[in-house]
Design a protein around this ligand. Structure first.
Ligand code: GLN
Length: 491
C-alpha cells in the first residue's frame, strides 16, 4: 500500500522528524512511477541513484545530522538537465546513449538540500514544442485525459506532478515550457527571473531565454525548491547574486499570504477573443478572487504583445541554430557514417537522421534569420522589438505590482490536433513568451476547470527579481481555494 501523497514540505518534515524514512519516500515514488508508466512521463527511472542517495540520507539522519529542508523529497527532472551517471537525451535520438559526467548546478543544490532525483522526464526534443509530441520517444499523456497532450515542452514533469508520482519536478522554460504544461495538467509552474537559477548542466536551447523552473502542487513547495537552488554560480556567467531570503521565508511558511492593496493589471490584448471557452472564465474567477482578498484589479494595455510570438520565434530559433551546431556526430551526438564517407557526409547523415522534423525546421529558420542579407531584417529587428516589449512591460509595472493573463489561449488539446500546423502551435505561446523576452519572473497558477473538466491556469508576471511577490499571490489564491487548488489527477 502506498502512503498518502504528501506535499514536499510535509514529506521533508516527516523525514526530519523520523516518522518516515527517505528510503520509504523514494520507494513510494518509484512504485508510483511504475503504476503511471502508461503516461510515458518518465524517460529514465534513476532507481539506483535514488536508492543510494536515500540510504545515505537515512544513515546521516541516524547519526543525528540534518540532511536539509528537502530531506528525502523525491523529485523528477526534465531530461535536458544533466545528472551525473544517468542518461540525458533531451528528448532527442541524437543524444541517445549520452551519460553526463557531471550534474547541473540546480540538481546539485536541490540534492544538497536533501532532495532525491528519482526520474528523468519526457520533453519535446531539445525543449522545442508546446505539446510534448515533438519528443523522439513519443509524447507524455495528460493524466486528466490520456487522449490529450500534457503541454510542452516540460510535459513529462507536469504529468508526473499531476499524477502524484512526485510532489516536485524541474522543467526548463524558454518561451513557456514550465508554465504551459502546468496549466494543461492543473499544477503550479514557476519560471524565475532570468539569472536566478544557474543554467550550468542544462542542455541549451536559446541561451538568452532559457531558465530552469519548478512544477509543484503547492506554493510552499515551489518556494522551498527555489530557495534551495537560487544564487550565483561561477559556472554560469549570467547567474545573479540576488538575495533569496524572501524565498526562504516563504518556503518556511513564515510569511502568511496577504494581497491586500496589491495592484493587479489584466493585460487587455491577451484577455479578449482568441481565447478558447473556459480560459477567460478562469481569468475572471481569479480576478474576482483577488478582489475579494483585497487586491485592486484593473486593465492595462501592452500593444507590442501582438509582435511577441514572431519576435520570440526569431530570437529562439537563431540562438538554437547556433547552440545545436555542436550535435554533428563529430565530438557530440550520435555519429552515422559509412565507410569512405567524408566529414561533411557524416555530419549530414547524422544530423539529418537523428534530429527530428521540428528541430530541423527550427535550425533552418534560425540559420535563415541570421544569414548575410537577412540578419538586419529578421534577427536585428527581432532584437529591437524585444527591447520595445520589455520597455512596454516595464511601463505597465509603473501602475501595477503584478500582471495577470491567461497562461495559454486554450486548455489541453487532443493529441495530433495541432501537429500539421506549426504556426497554430506557436501561437499558443503568446502569453508565456513575454516573460522570457523580458527576463521577468512568471508563474502559472491553477484556476479551476473548463466545462469539459480540464484544468486551466492563469499567468502572473512581476518585475525582475520580484519572484517572491508571485509566490505570495499564489499562496493567497491557494489558501482561498483550499483542497481544490491543485488536486491530483483522477486515476
Ligand atoms: N513552445 C516554445 C517553443 O517551442 C517554448 C518552448 C520552451 O519554453 N522550451 O519554443
Amino acid at each position: 500500500m502506498l502512503a498518502a501523497m504528501m506535499s514536499a514540505w510535509q514529506l521533508a518534515r516527516a523525514v526530519r522528524e523520523g516518522t518516515r524514512t527517505a528510503s520509504e519516500a523514494v520507494e513510494d515514488a518509484l512504485a508510483r512511477a511504475t503504476r503511471a508508466s502508461h503516461l510515458n512521463a518518465v524517460l529514465h527511472v534513476a532507481d539506483a541513484h535514488a536508492r543510494e542517495r536515500a540510504a545515505a540520507l537515512d544513515a546521516s539522519l541516524a547519526r543525528g545530522q540534518d540532511p536539509g529542508p528537502l530531506a528525502g523529497v523525491p523529485v523528477a527532472v526534465k531530461d535536458n538537465l544533466c545528472l551525473e551517471g544517468v542518461p540525458a537525451t533531451a528528448g532527442s535520438r541524437s543524444l541517445e546513449g549520452f551519460v553526463p559526467p557531471y550534474s547541473a548546478t540546480v540538481i546539485e543544490r536541490l540534492e544538497a538540500a536533501g532532495a532525491v532525483v528519482v526520474a528523468k522526464t519526457n520533453l519535446d526534443e531539445f525543449g522545442m514544442g508546446s505539446s510534448n509530441e515533438a519528443s523522439a520517444f513519443g509524447p507524455a499523456l495528460n493524466p486528466w485525459d490520456t487522449e490529450r497532450v500534457p503541454g510542452g515542452s516540460s510535459g513529462g514533469s507536469a504529468a508526473a506532478v499531476a499524477a502524484g508520482i512526485v510532489p516536485l519536478a524541474l522543467g526548463t522554460d524558454t518561451g513557456g515550457s514550465v508554465r504551459l504544461p502546468a496549466s494543461f495538467c492543473g499544477v503550479l509552474g514557476f519560471k524565475p527571473t532570468y539569472g536566478r537559477l544557474s543554467r550550468y548542466g542544462v542542455v541549451a536551447y536559446a541561451s538568452s531565454l532559457d531558465q530552469v523552473g519548478v512544477l509543484t502542487r503547492s506554493t510552499r513547495d515551489a518556494a522551498m525548491a527555489l530557495a534551495a537552488m537560487a544564487g550565483v554560480d561561477p559556472l554560469d556567467g549570467t547567474s545573479l547574486a540576488a538575495d533569496a531570503g524572501d524565498l526562504r521565508a516563504l518556503g518556511e511558511g513564515s510569511e502568511g499570504p496577504d494581497v491586500r492593496g496589491l495592484r493587479v493589471a489584466v493585460v487587455s490584448e491577451l484577455s479578449g477573443e482568441g481565447n478558447a471557452p473556459g480560459v477567460l472564465e478562469a481569468l475572471d474567477r481569479t480576478a474576482a478572487r483577488l478582489r475579494e482578498l483585497g487586491a485592486e484589479v484593473r486593465e492595462v494595455s501592452v500593444p507590442s504583445v501582438r509582435h511577441a510570438v514572431a519576435t520570440y520565434y526569431l530570437v529562439a530559433t537563431a540562438e538554437a541554430s547556433s547552440n545545436l551546431a555542436r550535435y554533428d556526430g563529430m565530438i557530440y551526438s550520435t555519429r552515422l557514417g559509412e565507410d569512405g564517407d567524408g566529414q561533411e557526409a557524416v555530419m549530414r547523415r547524422s544530423r539529418g537522421r537523428t534530429l527530428g522534423r521540428e528541430v530541423r525546421r527550427r535550425v533552418l529558420m534560425g540559420s535563415f534569420a541570421l544569414s548575410a542579407g537577412y540578419y538586419d531584417a529578421y534577427y536585428g529587428k527581432a532584437l529591437r522589438v524585444r527591447r520595445v516589449i520589455a520597455d512596454e512591460l516595464a511601463r505597465a509595472f509603473e501602475g501595477a505590482d503584478v500582471l495577470l493573463t491567461p497562461t495559454a489561449p486554450t486548455a489541453a488539446y487532443r493529441l495530433g490536433e495541432k501537429l500539421d500546423d506549426p504556426l497554430a502551435m506557436y501561437v499558443g505561446d503568446v502569453c508565456t513568451c513575454l516573460a522570457n523576452l523580458a527576463g521577468l519572473p512568471a508563474m502559472s497558477v491553477p484556476a479551476g476547470r473548463t466545462a469539459e473538466g480540464l484544468p486551466v491556469g492563469v499567468q502572473l508576471m512581476a518585475p525582475a527579481l520580484h519572484d517572491a511577490r508571485l509566490l505570495q499571490v499564489a499562496a493567497a489564491l491557494e489558501a482561498a481555494a483550499g483542497d481544490d487548488f491543485a488536486p491530483l489527477a483522477p486515476g
